[in-house]
Design a protein around this ligand. Structure first.
Ligand code: GTP
Ligand code: PEQ
Length: 215
């Protein structure tokens, strides 16, 4: 089993630009990448590749294989899958709540494909036994795309149900989940910049400049 983390640092997480500036967003995604790497390694995955738009965006001390591909997310991953002849786990770089026990659970499933849904119809993780027979179609309702692609390929599918694995950090409100449930580098970064405002409804994040991030 190997793992691949797609990663684009340049102007990352534009949907957080109302609460983090460009430099902060690029620092933040680097820390989320390290959290995801640490989780995969702690789950026993030795071979971890980062599929990135720019080699220079990867810290030299991160013990990963770096695969540079300037193409878009889908094309880059599909080229990668076509070149792999062993089971692979595709994990997005924005999953700082993911824990090793979930990764181990996912890798132990006996189906041809395991899909971990992301928020809003997305896909956070896919484990594929025969990657060269599969292709990805991210964006939009990619969970439905990936479920349908597996079925078209005649592959059995397990949909993995987990709060931690399904919480990707895309929008300001997602930072609340990181503050409440996180424990790694990305959580510390956000904790230094935001506090939580609790009331009757959902908790909101409050930035140090007093912008209410969910408004
Ligand atoms: N290799 C590669 N990875 C990408 C690319 N675009 C996004 N990613 C990665 O794919 C995963 C999911 O991306 P998104 O959630 O859309 O993240 P994003 O593009 O930084 O966020 P937004 O700008 O808010 O859409 C993250 O791990 C990103 O780092 C790309 O063009 N190439
Ligand atoms: C890449 C995309 O990520 P999202 O924008 O949903 O986080 C998806 O999961 O299809």
């Amino acid at each position: 089993m190997r793992a691949v983390i797609p990663y684009k640092k340049e102007n990352a997480k534009s949907r957080l630009s109302s609460v983090l500036d460009l430099h902060e967003r690029e620092e933040f995604v680097e820390l989320m990448l390290k959290d995801v790497f640490n989780t995969l390694r702690s789950a026993g995955i030795e071979n971890i590749d980062v599929l990135t738009t720019s080699r220079a965006s990867i810290a030299p001390d991160l013990d990963v294989g770096i695969i540079e591909n300037e193409k878009g997310l889908n094309e880059a991953i599909n080229q990668y899958l076509a070149s792999i002849d062993e089971p692979v786990l595709i994990a997005m770089a924005d999953l700082p709540l993911l824990a090793p026990c979930q990764v181990m659970d996912i890798t132990e499933k006996q189906t041809d494909v395991v899909i971990v849904p992301g928020k809003g119809g997305g896909t956070n993780i896919i484990r594929i036994m025969q990657p060269s027979r599969f292709h990805v179609k991210y964006y939009g309702s990619s969970f439905l795309n990936h479920y349908a692609i597996a079925q078209e390929c005649g592959m059995s599918v397990h949909v993995y149900d987990s709060f931690r694995a399904s919480t990707d950090i895309d929008e300001p409100q997602d930072l609340v989940e990181l503050l409440v449930h996180g424990s790694g580098l990305a959580k510390e970064y956000i904790k230094e910049r935001f506090s939580m405002r609790s009331g009757k409804g959902r908790v909101a994040i409050l930035s140090d400049t007093c912008r209410i991030a969910s408004e």
